[in-house]
Design a protein around this ligand. Structure first.
Ligand code: NDP
Length: 382
């Protein structure tokens, strides 16, 4: 028997209140279609906290099946949307050619990754094998949500790469590729967008929040510039001094507005989002994918009408469900960039999950996710 532990919850609420660390054992005789996995790494994303709070777009089922499998007193769910696992053993009826030692990631969201082991029925539909080569579990574990979202948002709403080519052809004096603008630029998604933008020849305007000292703000600006950001501004430069920012943008970067800003990525909401709308060029698109400030945003009437702007929402879970083959291709392409050293995973705050790790340590790591001003995203390593 394999001794295992899983974080579980049976009602929605704050992670520290509703999560429990549950111990169970897994029989060595696997069902035909099942695979036994050992978890290697699992990041804690903002959506994991929202899922536990019951505010995410899809609510997990507190299932009798999980209750039976884990032997818990009540029907329950296991949190965690993404992670990297190693195959421990494979049931005789599994068709996908998985074998002991392979690495896999969940092919579906809501997989339940905050556990030491997973017995996965219907493994052919739920797992993707990863050809990991030199990659680390930390890199593989984080690929399917943040980088994948950044990739799709940069590609699927405005043809920025095509626009770059067109602009260069029409105007050889243009000094760089097409522009996009984003807030939450130091987030996992933001860092991925900066790097993909650099690789695809795009230019980016990146909004961050001030750090506690000017030196720390400069250091973060430099970190993002090193990743490939073209311009990095603070919220106070962008929001409180918006007119000055807009004037400087025209003068220094967009040649008086000749180089348009056609795409905005909104992770924050509030005034920051409203000012992204003001910054967009005619027929531009703002894609909202997060609401970290927990503030909705006014969609300023004048700019929307007179610039004929478009507002879109992006949700990677729904996109992945509708486009599984495309998602797989996107993930493979990003892993390929990581292998070549052209794409860095976001910084993480590693939390070791051993047999003796206390429940409180694990719960605190999840609870802290939405706090802000963090060194990196929490990530369980096993
Ligand atoms: P990270 O944990 O990597 O980063 C969090 C980001 O949010 C940081 O930039 C942080 O800035 C910022 N932030 C935190 N609190 C606030 C606040 N009160 N006001 C403004 N900014 C704040 O996040 P992810 O990249 O994993 O996710 C970012 C957002 O994107 C989340 O809302 C997440 O749910 C969403 N998301 C949505 C997806 C979708 O498909 N719709 C896919 C992936 C992510 P600071 O360092 O200054 O605190």
């Amino acid at each position: 028997y394999t001794q295992a532990k899983a974080l579980i919850f049976s009602k929605f609420g704050e992670p520290v209140d509703v999560l429990q660390l549950h111990k169970h054992s897994i029989s060595p005789s696997l069902p035909d279609d099942a695979v036994l996995l050992r978890t290697l790494a699992a990041p804690v994303n903002p959506s994991d906290v929202n899922t536990i709070q019951g505010t995410y777009g899809v609510k997990p089922e507190f299932s009798k099946e999980t209750q039976l499998l884990l032997g818990t007193p009540e029907p329950c769910a296991i949190p965690g949307h993404e992670g990297c696992f190693e195959v421990v053993s494979v049931g005789p009826g599994v068709q996908s050619g998985l074998k002991r030692g392979d690495w896999v990631i969940p092919a579906i969201s809501g997989f339940g990754t905050f556990r030491t082991h997973a017995l996965v029925r219907d493994a052919d539909k739920k797992l993707w094998k990863i050809d990991h080569g030199d990659l680390t579990p930390i890199q593989v574990a984080q690929v399917s949500v943040n980088p994948c979202s950044a990739y799709r948002m940069l590609k699927d709403y405005v043809d920025l790469v095509g626009l770059s080519v067109q602009t260069f052809q029409n105007d050889p004096e243009c000094e760089g590729g097409a522009w996009f603008i984003q807030n939450g630029a130091n987030s996992g998604v933001g860092r991925a967008a900066i790097q993909l933008g650099r690789l695809w020849g795009l230019r980016s305007i990146n909004i961050i929040r001030e750090r506690s000292t000017p030196e720390a703000t400069e250091a973060l600006k430099k970190e993002l510039t090193d990743l490939g950001a073209t311009v990095v501004v603070t919220e106070s430069e962008f929001i409180d001094n918006h007119r000055a920012f807009a004037a400087e943008l025209k003068e220094k970067y967009t040649r008086g507005g000749k180089d348009p800003i056609m795409l905005g990525l909104n992770c924050v909401g509030g005034k920051s989002a409203a000012n992204i709308v003001r910054t967009l060029s005619p027929k531009g698109v703002m894609v909202t994918y997060g609401g970290m400030s927990r503030q909705s945003f006014p969609f300023p009437t004048g700019p929307v009408i007179f610039k004929r702007l478009r507002l879109e929402g992006f949700w990677v879970s729904a996109w992945g469900r509708e486009n599984p083959a495309e998602k797989r291709k996107t993930i493979d392409e990003i892993l390929g960039l990581m292998r070549k050293g052209e794409f860095k995973a976001a910084p993480v705050d590693e939390v070791r999950w051993d047999w003796d790790t206390e429940e409180k340590t694990l719960k605190d790591a999840i609870q802290g996710t939405l706090q802000g001003f963090r060194r990196g995203k929490g990530l369980f390593v096993f």
